[in-house]
Design a protein around this ligand. Structure first.
Ligand code: PMP
Ligand code: GLU
Length: 400
């Protein structure tokens, strides 16, 4: 039978992070006591002053109509100012900014605007689940370069150089990284920039959405390096650093012709992002940053707590993440082991086993290009984290 649905959608993988979160939600609704460490979503509430700004904007009554496609001018100006002052991206102006319905949407705009059939995009692996699927949707070919556990999962400039072909159009990485929590240093990014600059028309998509959850105290934006502004699309948003996942506001800072292309694309797909959410985003970016700093501190405490607990589980191998809110342990030790007739052959099996036997949901590393690992999100309360790690430890001890 011919499919009613397009090849495009039939060939697309479902988002593994969202799929696992949905499964955990369904089991919870059945009354099962699931601890969900699968979704990368802050458990904090959006800070009060941001909520208040959104409420005030409703009362003002000025933000109910279609917003400008690329975002309200004052928000674009505030973003550009932040990028100039904090990220040292000296050339960032309001005209370079396009505000979208979340950073995921920003990334989709960029790939839809830049990729032709057969263009290659180098992805630093392990990588966030949606990159490869969006690239394929746009007709591109994802090419991965792999970081290793020994190198904190960071692929290198040398690997990038070897992966570049005539067809390479762009590279994409996240730093701090989802799923590994690794942070690229300024020096590492400088080496990457040097490789990029050797090839005409090669662009960098720098996903900096975890910028505000960085325990090194140092965040480097590749767009700030000499000669890189014209080659970089900086992606950022409000979901993580301001606990605003549901408000759906993200943005890019890009060379003008790319920003204009994304505005055109967005004008045909979604129009401007929700007005009230943009007013909240303006309050977030231009207001008091204390709440974000406090959340960052809480994540650091949890990182240390979970690190200690992971180290007590025989068979888990982990590096020490420096940002975001994920651990990405290698769990190959358990491959071939069984409990109650259930054998673990891969990371998918391991996640199913933990979901069923420990009632803890994680995400398989398969979805992030690393089939020997699992992702643990520690954006959860300390009580939940302690209980979850206890359950995981017990379930793993049964595997023989
Ligand atoms: N990039 C990375 C690395 C992410 O983890 C996420 C998670 N949501 C996004 C982009 C998209 O963020 P959002 O659409 O919520 O702004
Ligand atoms: N980025 C988060 C994650 O990796 C949220 C889910 C998603 O958008 O994929 O879990």
């Amino acid at each position: 039978m011919t499919s009613v649905l397009s090849d495009r959608i039939n060939q697309m993988e479902e988002s593994a992070t969202l799929a696992m979160a949905k499964k955990a939600r369904e089991l919870k609704a059945q009354g099962i006591d699931i601890i969900s460490l699968s979704l990368g979503e802050p458990d904090f509430k959006t800070p009060k002053h941001i909520q208040e700004a959104a409420k005030a904007s409703i009362d003002e009554g000025k933000y109910f109509a279609y917003p400008p496609v690329a975002g309200y001018q004052d928000l674009r100006e505030a973003i550009a100012k932040k990028l100039r002052e904090e990220n040292k991206i000296a050339d960032a102006k309001a005209e370079n900014i396009v505000v979208s319905t979340g950073a995921k949407h920003s990334i989709a705009n960029v790939f839809m605007c830049m990729i032709n059939e057969g263009d290659e995009v180098v992805i630093f692996s392990p990588y966030w689940v949606s990159y490869a699927e969006i690239i394929k949707l746009a007709g591109g070919i994802p090419v991965t370069i792999e970081g290793s556990l020994e190198n904190n999962f960071k692929a290198t400039a040398k690997q990038l150089e070897e992966a570049i072909t005539d067809k390479t159009k762009a590279i994409i990485y996240s730093s701090p990284c989802n799923p590994t929590g690794s942070v690229f240093s300024k020096e590492e990014l400088e080496a990457i920039a040097e490789v990029v600059k050797k090839k005409e028309n090669l662009f960098v998509i720098a996903d900096e959405i975890y910028e505000l959850i960085n325990f090194t105290g140092k965040h480097a934006s590749i767009a700030s390096f000499p000669g890189m502004f014209e080659r970089t699309i900086t992606v950022n948003g409000f979901s993580k650093g301001y606990a605003m996942t549901g408000w759906r506001v993200g943005y890019i800072c890009a060379p003008l012709f790319i920003a204009k292309a994304c505005e055109k694309m967005q004008g045909q797909f979604t129009s401007g992002g929700t007005g009230i959410a943009q007013r909240a985003a303006l309050a977030a970016i231009s207001g008091d940053q204390t709440a974000s700093k406090e959340m960052e501190k809480a994540y650091l405490n949890r990182r240390d707590l979970v690190l200690k607990l992971i180290q007590e589980i025989p068979g888990f191998k982990t590096h020490v993440p420096e940002g975001a809110f994920y651990f990405f342990p290698d769990i190959t030790y358990f491959f071939g082991k069984s409990a109650n007739g259930f054998t673990i052959n891969n990371a998918d099996d391991f996640c199913i086993y933990l979901l069923e036997k420990a009632n803890v949901s994680l995400v398989t590393g398969e979805a992030f290009g690393a089939p020997n690992c699992v992702r643990i999100s520690y954006a959860a309360s300390e009580e939940e984290l302690v209980e979850a790690m206890k359950r995981i430890k017990e379930a793993c001890a049964n595997l023989k």
